[in-house]
Design a binder for this molecule. Structure first.
Ligand code: RIB
Ligand code: CA
Length: 327
């Protein structure tokens, strides 16, 4: 039986300079017979939300798929936090490759779409979040019974035992909207967390990225242009070459959960820290306080990955597919 999912994402392939990787994860989902993508909701993160919405629309059109597409707001969950993160909704200087569309608030609202769909199909639709958790937090706070209709959230989020990637302590998706993340972690919905600890074991090399452009098919040429900044990444500033497949790994874990090994934890998000906002504090009941208090676990945290099997899946569903496209 196919697994029904809603993907919540900040897709930037189509906005130059934005992380193109969400779109590889969406491609993987669209090419996976194990999944039925019931909807895609876009969130502010890698790019402002209308740009993510436009990039997702372009991708769905290329795949010839009529899947409902919705958008969240141009701000974070918390008003005060929004003052610090306001630049996430701006960045007008980024070059846009896909036609810019404007979602209509009343018709295209992500939070109400998530609620309606999950309620109509109670217990059947899992959420796969590969961006900041703003839309999910808004949906949970606007519709308190939503938590009873969602069986699982798989999220690319946080760092368990490893440093952050946007600050020394925080991973980007959680850092972008820490208050939203904490609403989700404390919602009572079973969570599978795919943190940097395992994401950093994945990599699409510069050579693989470049080779997509060897196919003259227009979609591959579009990808070539979109990933150009990542191919020409400044190795004098950033030591990582190529692309970590964060979001594709989260998607792969939904398709094939046993690619990863998980450990139960009680996870909360730091929202007050001066230097640590967005840190995901994972208590495995291994600290002294954890051993005494025995916190009730709220998440399964992935800590080990079968890299070879993940690469095979990515190759089969994404790069192999792109190579096979005929003009
Ligand atoms: O920290 C990794 C996350 O932020 C991923 O979802 C990726 O899209 C990045 O920008
Ligand atoms: Ca993302």
């Amino acid at each position: 039986m196919q697994k029904k999912i809603i993907i919540d994402t900040d897709p930037a392939m189509g906005t130059k300079g934005g992380d193109p990787e969400d779109c590889f994860a969406i491609m993987m989902a669209l090419n996976s017979p194990e999944l039925e993508v019931v909807g895609i909701t876009t969130v502010q993160g890698n790019v402002p939300v209308e740009r993510g919405y436009s990039n997702a629309a372009y991708l769905l059109n290329e795949f010839n798929r009529e899947i409902p597409l919705k958008a969240g707001p141009s701000h974070t969950f918390d008003e005060e936090r929004n003052k610090e993160r306001i630049w996430l909704s701006q960045r007008e200087d980024m070059e846009q490759l896909t036609p810019l569309l404007k979602p209509e608030k009343a018709k295209d609202d992500a939070a109400s779409f998530i609620y309606e769909k999950c309620k109509q199909n109670s217990g059947e639709i899992e959420l796969v979040t590969i961006g900041p958790l703003t839309n999910i937090a808004i949906a949970l706070s606007n519709y308190p019974d939503l938590k009873d209709h969602i069986p699982k959230i798989t999220m690319m989020a946080g760092a368990a035992k490893t440093p952050g990637n946007i600050t020394p302590s925080a991973e980007f998706n959680v850092w972008a909207d820490p208050e939203a993340a904490d609403v989700v972690f404390t919602s009572g919905i079973p969570i599978v967390m795919i943190p940097l600890d395992v994401c950093h074991q994945t990599r699409m090399s510069r050579e693989e990225l470049i080779s997509i452009g060897d196919n003259p098919h227009p979609f591959c040429q579009f990808i070539k242009e979109a990933v150009d900044p990542w191919i020409n990444i400044r190795t004098d500033l950033i030591s990582d070459e190529g692309l970590h497949l964060y979001d594709s790994l989260a998607m792969a874990s939904v398709i094939s959960p046993n690619l990863l090994t998980y450990k139960s934890a009680y996870v909360r998000t730091e929202t007050a820290g001066l230097l640590t906002a967005g840190e995901t504090v994972c208590e495995f009941n291994e600290s002294i306080m954890g051993k005494i208090l025995k916190q009730k676990f709220n998440a399964e945290v992935a800590l080990e990955l079968d890299v070879v099997r993940f690469n095979q899946l990515f190759q089969e569903r994404v790069t192999g597919y792109l190579r096979s496209l005929k003009s």
